[in-house]
Design a protein around this ligand. Structure first.
Ligand SMILES: NC(=O)C1=CN([C@@H]2O[C@H](COP(=O)(O)OP(=O)(O)OC[C@H]3O[C@@H](n4cnc5c(N)ncnc54)[C@H](OP(=O)(O)O)[C@@H]3O)[C@@H](O)[C@H]2O)C=CC1
Ligand SMILES: O=C(O)C1=N[C@H](C(=O)O)C[C@H](O)C1
Length: 263
C-alpha cells in the first residue's frame, strides 16, 4: 500500500492539460478507479486542484517525470504541447497515451520518433462506439459502390481544430475502401454542384455539444446515415485510461485504440 491508500501495483498516471475539459475528466475518472493513481498533473497556466489532485506548472514536467515515477503520461492538450510532452516522456522512459488532435505532419513525425523509445498510443477518439462506427462505415461504403458520401461532425464552440480528428480518421476509412474519392470538399458556397470524386466534409460548432459524427451515404433512391453521439466526456476519459492500463509495460512502438480493443 502507498501513502495515498493505493496499491503498489496500481497504474500510475501523470496527466497533462489538467486544467482543460479532458484533463479534468481524466483526473476525475482516474480518481474514481481503485486501481489507478494520479501521481502528478500539470497545466500550462495556473490551475486549482482537481478534486484532491494538485496541479503543477507544466514547466516542472521533466522533474515530475523523474520524481513521481509514472507508468503512463496521459495527454489531451494541443498539437504543439502534446509533441513536447511526449518527447519529455520518451526522454524519461515513460509511456504516452495522447488523445490530442490537430497534428501537422511534423508533429506526427516527432510522435513516431518518440515511439521508437517508449510505447506511444495515439487515438483521435477513445469511445468504443466510434471504433464500431469506423468498422460499420468501411463495411457500408464497400457495400454501396457509387453512392455519394458526406461527413458531418458537430462539436462545442470551444473546439479549435476542424474538421475533428475523428472526422479525419473516418475520411481515411472511407478512402481506404473506395477508389476514386480524390477531393474532400469542406462546405459549399455559390455555384457548387456536387461532382464525381467528392466527399463533402462539414464541421459545425455550437454550444456544448460533446461530439457527434455522421456519415451519410446516398444513391439509388435511398439514404443510409451512420451516426455516433458522445453523451459526455467520461466516455473518452474511461477509454483513455483503459488504453493507458493496456499500454503500460508494453514494448516501445506505435499503437492505436484498435490494438486495445482487438485484444
Ligand atoms: N481522443 C479523444 O477521445 C478526444 C480528444 N480530444 C482532444 O483533446 C484535446 C483537448 O481538448 P479539450 O480538453 O476539450 O481542450 P481544452 O481547451 O479544454 O484544454 C486544452 C488543455 O491543453 C492545454 N494547452 C493547449 N495548448 C497548449 C500549449 N500550446 N501548451 C501547453 N498547454 C496547452 C490547455 O492549457 P491552458 O489551460 O493553460 O490553456 C488546457 O489544459 C483536443 O485536441 C481535442 O480535440 C477531446 C476529447 C476526446
Ligand atoms: O475536441 C473535442 O471535444 C473532441 N475531439 C476529438 C476529435 O477531434 O475527434 C474527439 C471528440 O469528438 C471530442
Amino acid at each position: 500500500m502507498t501513502t495515498d491508500g493505493r496499491d503498489a501495483g496500481d497504474l500510475r498516471v501523470l496527466v497533462t492539460g489538467a486544467g482543460g475539459r479532458m484533463g479534468r475528466e481524466v483526473i476525475e475518472a482516474a480518481s474514481a478507479r481503485e486501481d489507478t493513481a494520479v501521481v502528478a498533473a500539470v497545466n500550462r497556466t495556473e490551475t486549482e486542484p482537481v478534486g484532491s489532485v494538485e496541479v503543477a506548472d507544466a514547466a516542472r514536467l521533466p522533474d515530475l517525470l523523474s520524481e513521481t515515477d509514472p507508468d503512463v503520461l496521459v495527454d489531451f492538450t494541443g498539437p504543439k504541447s502534446a509533441v513536447s510532452y511526449a518527447e519529455a516522456a520518451a526522454g524519461a522512459g515513460v509511456a504516452v497515451v495522447t488523445g490530442t488532435t490537430g497534428f501537422d505532419d511534423d508533429g506526427i513525425g516527432r510522435l513516431h520518433a518518440a515511439s521508437s523509445s517508449v510505447p506511444l498510443l495515439k487515438a483521435a477518439n477513445f469511445a468504443r462506439g466510434v471504433a464500431a462506427l469506423r468498422r460499420a462505415v468501411r463495411e457500408a461504403v464497400a457495400a454501396v459502390p457509387g453512392y455519394d458520401i458526406e461527413l458531418t461532425e458537430t462539436h462545442h464552440n470551444g473546439k479549435r481544430d476542424a474538421p475533428s480528428g475523428t472526422a479525419k480518421t473516418l475520411l481515411g476509412d472511407v478512402e481506404s475502401v473506395r477508389d476514386g474519392l480524390d477531393r474532400r470538399v469542406h462546405g459549399r458556397e455559390g455555384d457548387a454542384p456536387r461532382e464525381e470524386g467528392e466527399i463533402g466534409v462539414h464541421a459545425r460548432r455550437a454550444g456544448d455539444v460533446t461530439g457527434e459524427h455522421e456519415v451519410l451515404l446516398a444513391g439509388n433512391r435511398e439514404t443510409l446515415q451512420l451516426t455516433h453521439r458522445a453523451g459526455d466526456r467520461g466516455v473518452f476519459a474511461e477509454g483513455a485510461l483503459d488504453a493507458a492500463a493496456w499500454l503500460s509495460g508494453r514494448d516501445a512502438g506505435w499503437y492505436d485504440f484498435d490494438d486495445v480493443l482487438d485484444e
